[in-house]
Design a protein around this ligand. Structure first.
Ligand code: NAD
Length: 329
């Protein structure tokens, strides 16, 4: 299914045709589009249906998507001249990577553009959990004055357990240390020395659960991490521990978390990601000690602009046969 090498100059059509054609499916910040336009004909067509995309995909050398557009096997097999798919963000679970690889279509992403935004949201959620800030706001708007009921705790000298010491986990560890927290970290793919250099005291997972006042998860979702935070993990946590997950829905077993909140074993939890998104008004979402945000980890102006610039540069590099920084397939 591999493509034969092709470059804009290969065709004998007019000068107008001598540019790459790039389709933007889910929007892209203007700064990214400006980088693409000198080298390519760029079409920004958000909101295409699957069948509309299927009809027009044979025309394009590159696609730029976020998470909305599903790149299926059918679509890829109809994409005769497609060379590269750029994901303006991290997750590529909306792209059939095996078929893309078999078709010779490169997939690139922008894995570091949104790191800082997720780090800051995670810290924000830690503060919100410690002081019940969302509940305080809600109650005052409902005409209540819960001054005594909303006694919180300080995070200074508390222990933060970071599961997954990659880009985001490292950023969280480093920022949390500046607030006075003790940071311990677990990552089975990193040597202890590396975890220490990244800003956390390396520990086993069991020890992390037993010691942490706050547990935050920054591991990817895969078969090993699915429901990693389950009943057993929660039973090992300190009574009154608080849990934060801004990684991926499915890492936390939501039923087990609800039980943990109801029993009081978990004093509070904050989720930016859910097994099913949107999660609807589930019992978990409605729980007073659960802070829920609608997958806004990467939603800052700065992160989206960085992602646009990174993916524009990466897609052009792929089209031009230049070395790639973030090649997924
Ligand atoms: P990364 O690849 O840099 O780091 C992930 C780390 O997890 C790696 O160090 C890896 O060794 C570790 N890991 C893998 N399996 C593990 C396990 N079983 N236990 C503990 N650690 C394990 O990724 P990142 O950029 O830091 O992103 C982390 C997570 O954040 C990803 O799931 C990503 O999808 C998610 N994310 C969410 C948002 C959002 O909008 N909420 C935005 C960006 C990224």
């Amino acid at each position: 299914m591999g493509r034969t090498p092709w470059a804009p100059g290969d065709c004998d059509c007019g000068a107008e045709e001598l540019t790459w054609k790039i389709l933007i499916c889910d929007g892209l910040e203007e700064n990214g589009q400006l980088l693409l336009r000198p080298s390519a004909k760029v079409e920004d067509r958000s909101g295409l249906s699957a069948s509309e995309l299927f009809q027009i995909i044979p025309d394009y050398d590159a696609l730029i998507v976020r998470s909305r557009t599903k790149i299926t096997a059918d679509l890829l097999e109809n994409a005769g001249r497609l060379r590269v798919i750029g994901r303006a963000g991290v997750g590529v679970d909306n792209i059939d990577l095996a078929v893309a690889r078999a078709c010779g279509v490169k997939v690139v992403n922008a894995p570091v553009a949104t790191t800082r935004a997720v780090v800051e949201l995670t810290l924000g959620l830690i503060f919100c959990l410690a002081r019940s800030i969302p509940r305080a706001d809600r109650s005052i708007k409902e005409g209540q004055w819960l001054k005594k009921e909303l006694s919180g705790s300080e995070i200074d000298s508390k222990t933060l357990g970071v599961i997954g010491m990659g880009q985001i986990g490292t950023g969280v560890a480093q920022l949390a240390r500046l607030t006075g927290m003790n940071v311990i970290g677990y990552d089975p793919f990193l040597p202890d020395q590396e975890i220490a250099q990244r800003g956390a005291q390396p520990v086993t997972l069991d020890w992390l659960y037993r010691q942490a006042d706050f547990v935050t998860i920054h591991a990817p979702l895969n078969e090993t991490t699915r429901h990693m935070i389950n009943r057993e993990a929660i039973s090992l946590m300190k009574p009154g521990a608080r849990l934060i997950c801004t990684a991926r829905g499915g890492v936390v077993d939501e039923e087990a978390l609800l039980d943990g909140l109801e029993s009081g074993r978990i004093a509070g939890a904050a989720l930016d990601v859910f097994a099913q998104e949107p999660p609807g008004l589930s019992a978990l979402v409605r729980h007073p000690n659960l802070i829920a945000t609608p997958h806004i980890g990467a939603q800052t102006v700065e992160a989206q602009q960085r992602a646009a610039a990174d993916i524009a540069a990466e897609v052009l590099a792929a089209l031009e046969g230049q070395p790639l920084r973030w090649q997924v397939t």
